[in-house]
Write a protein that binds this ligand. Structure first.
Ligand code: NCD
Length: 336
C-alpha cells in the first residue's frame, strides 16, 4: 500500500487501485465540510504555498479553498513574472526556499516535468497542479471521483466503463492522466475522437492497450459517441506554436444538444475539465446543454475541492483525525 504521508504527488503512475480507492473514500468524507455542515480545523496553523506559473481558475482556487476548509493558511504566488524565476533562479533553489516557509506546496508550471524537478529541491510534499502537456494528477482523480459518483445513479462503477475522450488529446494533460488511471480498471472501452494531428500520445495508448482495454481512435463523431461518459476538452492554444495553428482545429468537434441527442445515449454523462472555450469560433460545449441533468461539469469542478482536501489530509497524515477537529458552523449558509 502506498504511503501518502510526506509523499509528493507528481504523476498518476504512483497510484494503484487501492491507493485510488483510499483517496476517493476520504474525498467523500470531506463533503460535510465543503457543504459547511461542519467546520474542520485539523490543519490549523499549517501553511500551503500555492505556486501557479500558468493561468488557472479552478485548480488554483480549489487548492486554496480545500486547504482553508481544513483550517490551514494559504500563501499564493501567481505568474513567473512575479517570482524570482524571472531573475534566473532555478526551480531547485526556489523549492529549497519555499519549502522552508511551508508545510506543503502545490504547483503549476508550463514546462513538462518541471514540478518533479522542483520537488527534488523541496523538503515538504509537492503536489502537481499541471506540468505543461504532461500530467494533471489531481484533475484525473477528481474526474474519477466524478465518474464514480455519476455512474452510481446507473448502478455502474469504474469497471466496464465505455468512455469517449474528445478534442485536443495530444496536448490535454487531463486526458493523459485520466487515461492512465482508467487503465487500472477492468474492461474499459475508450474512444478517442480528435483531429489526426491532435491524437493521444502513443505512450498513453499503449498503457491502455497493454492492460487489455479496447481503444478506438477516430476523427469522426458520427457513430462513435454512444457511451456512458463523454469527456470533452479544449484546444490547448497555449501549447501551439501560434494562435493561427490552433485556429486550424478550433470548433471541429463542438458538442451541442443536437449532436448529443443524435449520437450519444439518453443518459450519457457530459464532462469537461473546464474552462470551456465559449467563444463562437470554438464553442466546444454549447450552453444549450446547460439544462441537461447529465451535464456534470459544475459538479465535477465542485468535486475538485473534496479530492484536494483528501490529498492534503493524506500527505500531511491527518486523514484519521478529521472528526476530532470539528466545530459547528455559526454563520448563515445556503450551501447544501
Ligand atoms: C485544465 C488544465 O489546466 O489542464 N484545466 C483545469 O485544470 N481544470 C484543462 C484546460 O485548461 O483546458
Amino acid at each position: 500500500m502506498m504511503t501518502f504521508q510526506g509523499s509528493h504527488i507528481l504523476s498518476v503512475s504512483q497510484f494503484d487501485r487501492d491507493a485510488i480507492a483510499r483517496i476517493l473514500d476520504i474525498s467523500a468524507k470531506m463533503a460535510p465540510y465543503a457543504a459547511r455542515k461542519k467546520r474542520c480545523y485539523v490543519l490549523e496553523g499549517a501553511i500551503l504555498s500555492n505556486l501557479f506559473f500558468e493561468p488557472s481558475t479552478r485548480t488554483r482556487v480549489s487548492f486554496g479553498t480545500a486547504f482553508n476548509l481544513l483550517g490551514g493558511y494559504v500563501r499564493e504566488t501567481v505568474g513567473q513574472e512575479n517570482s524570482s524565476l524571472s531573475k534566473g533562479e532555478s526551480l531547485f533553489d526556489t523549492a529549497q526556499v519555499i519549502s522552508g516557509y511551508s508545510d506543503v506546496i502545490t504547483m503549476r508550471h508550463p514546462k513538462m516535468h518541471s514540478v518533479a524537478e522542483f520537488a527534488k529541491g523541496s523538503t515538504v510534499p509537492v503536489i502537481n497542479g499541471g506540468d505543461g502537456a504532461n500530467e494533471h494528477p489531481t484533475q484525473a482523480l477528481l474526474d474519477l471521483f466524478t465518474i464514480q459518483s455519476e455512474m452510481m445513479h446507473y448502478q455502474k462503477g469504474l469497471d466496464n466503463l465505455n468512455i469517449v475522450l474528445m478534442g485536443d488529446l495530444k496536448h490535454g494533460r487531463t486526458v493523459h492522466s485520466l487515461s492512465k488511471l482508467l487503465s487500472l480498471y477492468k474492461n474499459v472501452k475508450i474512444t478517442m475522437v480528435s483531429p489526426t494531428a491532435l491524437q493521444m500520445p502513443d505512450s498513453v495508448i499503449s498503457t491502455l492497450e497493454n492492460a487489455g482495454h479496447q481503444v478506438v481512435i477516430t476523427d469522426t463523431m458520427a457513430g462513435n459517441l454512444s457511451c456512458d461518459v463523454i469527456y470533452q476538452t479544449r484546444i490547448q492554444q497555449e501549447r501551439f506554436a501560434s494562435k493561427d495553428e490552433a485556429d486550424l482545429y478550433r470548433g471541429h468537434f463542438s458538442l451541442n444538444k443536437e449532436v448529443y441527442q443524435k449520437y450519444c445515449r439518453e443518459n450519457t454523462v457530459i464532462m469537461h475539465p473546464l474552462p470551456r472555450d465559449s467563444r463562437p469560433e470554438a464553442n466546444e460545449l454549447d450552453t444549450d446543454l446547460n439544462d441537461l441533468d447529465s451535464l456534470a461539469i459544475f459538479r465535477q469542478a465542485q468535486n475538485g475541492v473534496l479530492v484536494r482536501m483528501a490529498l492534503f489530509a493524506l500527505t500531511l497524515g491527518v486523514e484519521d483525525q478529521l472528526t476530532q477537529f470539528e466545530k459547528d458552523v455559526n454563520w448563515h449558509t445556503n450551501k447544501r
